[in-house]
Write a protein that binds this ligand. Structure first.
Ligand code: ASP
Length: 349
């Protein structure tokens, strides 16, 4: 299904996955996803854009709380299949897990030379005060953006547009469920801002890759995410770290990457690490970074083989772990890759 102006300047593929943007109320008064044809009827402005906008459904539209790693692999495969046909891509997605999906896609799409923008809305497209129209129209413009002189792709990245900010996908975090500014860029400046004009912050945007697009097709789900809290018991920690086939675990620690120094706690981590489980240390703080060794309470972590996550978000950490483990490189090499900046997800000091 397409919106076709006479001489379109660019062509964008919208991958429709579901989410509030495309939802309507059912008879019980609950929001449920509708199909894109219904959305398009409510958005005549799509025809005003000087671009060819084609739409493909990823599957039955879903609330993004139901998104799976298989969906991420399908999104990546679809972008690979259509890569040469379109100038850019917009993924219309629910906000709840959008930051996870955008981060996952950033890892799966290596050497991305086109723009992939995730967007969605807080209020359905049929609502009078909907933000779906503005978000989708601006995301389409961002996806089609070129450098004014060179005409090369302006944002060769997986990113997320919401309200007025274009954010690197693997730096995004949903921070708000009631207001329109639902996302924030963590530990990295936004890539662009939409005011009356679109203002791109080119020096924060990744350069066009030298190599060809490489689309990865494996994510390892044998991972866990453990958030530390005072009172976490040995029984509960062991129940997770001793899972038979566990291959990786993100530990959400305190402050600049600190954790208890209690002997049983250290012993649990040591045993997991010795079994080849890749442990990745991410801070519960939204700003700042993990600095293993700054305090005594984190000094031993590096000796146990635990990788410091620097300033990565939890969403990017867990998807990076799935991606790196999916490469099947063995624990030592996986630990090395986890410490590297693969797609702009961490700022190394
Ligand atoms: N529950 C919805 C979803 O993530 C929320 C939204 O789209 O804003 O699909």
């Amino acid at each position: 299904m397409a919106a076709t102006p006479e001489s379109p300047q660019s062509s964008i593929l919208v991958i429709y996955t579901g989410g509030t943007a495309g939802m309507a109320y059912n008879k019980r008064g609950e929001l449920v996803p509708m199909n894109f044809e219904q959305i398009r009827r409510k958005m005549p402005e799509l025809r005003q854009l000087n671009m060819l906008v084609e739409v493909v459904n990823l599957g039955e539209p879903i609330d993004s709380s139901n998104v799976t790693t298989a969906d991420w692999l399908r999104m990546a495969a679809l972008i690979a299949e259509k890569y040469d046909q379109y100038d850019g891509f917009v993924v219309l997605h629910g906000t709840d897990t959008m930051a996870y999906s955008a981060a996952a896609l950033s890892f799966l799409l290596e050497n991305l030379g086109k723009t992939v923008v995730f967007t969605g809305a807080q209020v359905p497209v049929g609502g009078i005060r909907t933000d779906a129209r503005r978000n989708l129209v601006t995301a389409l413009e961002m996806a089609a953006a070129r450098h004014p002189m060179a005409k090369t792709v302006r944002v060769p990245e997986v990113c997320l547009f919401f309200n007025d900010l274009l954010i690197r996908g693997n730096r995004a975090k949903k921070v708000e469920s009631q207001q329109y500014d639902a996302f924030r860029s963590e530990n990295y400046p936004p890539l662009a801002q939409a005011g009356i004009e679109l203002a791109f912050h080119d020096r924060h945007i990744r350069l066009l890759p030298a190599g060809k697009l490489c689309v990865h097709q494996r994510l390892d789900e044998r991972v866990a995410l453990i958030r530390l809290f005072p009172g976490l018991s040995e029984r509960v920690l062991r129940a997770q770290l001793e899972l038979d086939d566990l291959r990786g675990c993100v530990l959400e620690t305190y402050g600049s990457g600190n954790a208890p120094t209690t002997p049983w706690f250290l012993q649990c981590l040591r045993e997991a690490s010795d079994r080849g489980v890749v442990l990745f240390n991410v801070s519960q703080c939204e700003e700042g970074r993990v600095l293993q060794g700054r305090y005594e309470t984190s000094a031993y972590l590096s000796d146990l083989g635990i990788v410091g996550g620097d300033d990565i978000t939890v969403e990017a950490a867990i998807t990076k772990l799935m991606f790196v483990l999916g490469l099947d490189l063995g624990p030592a090499q996986s630990r090395r890759l986890m410490a590297q900046d693969l797609r702009g997800e961490i700022t190394l000091l």
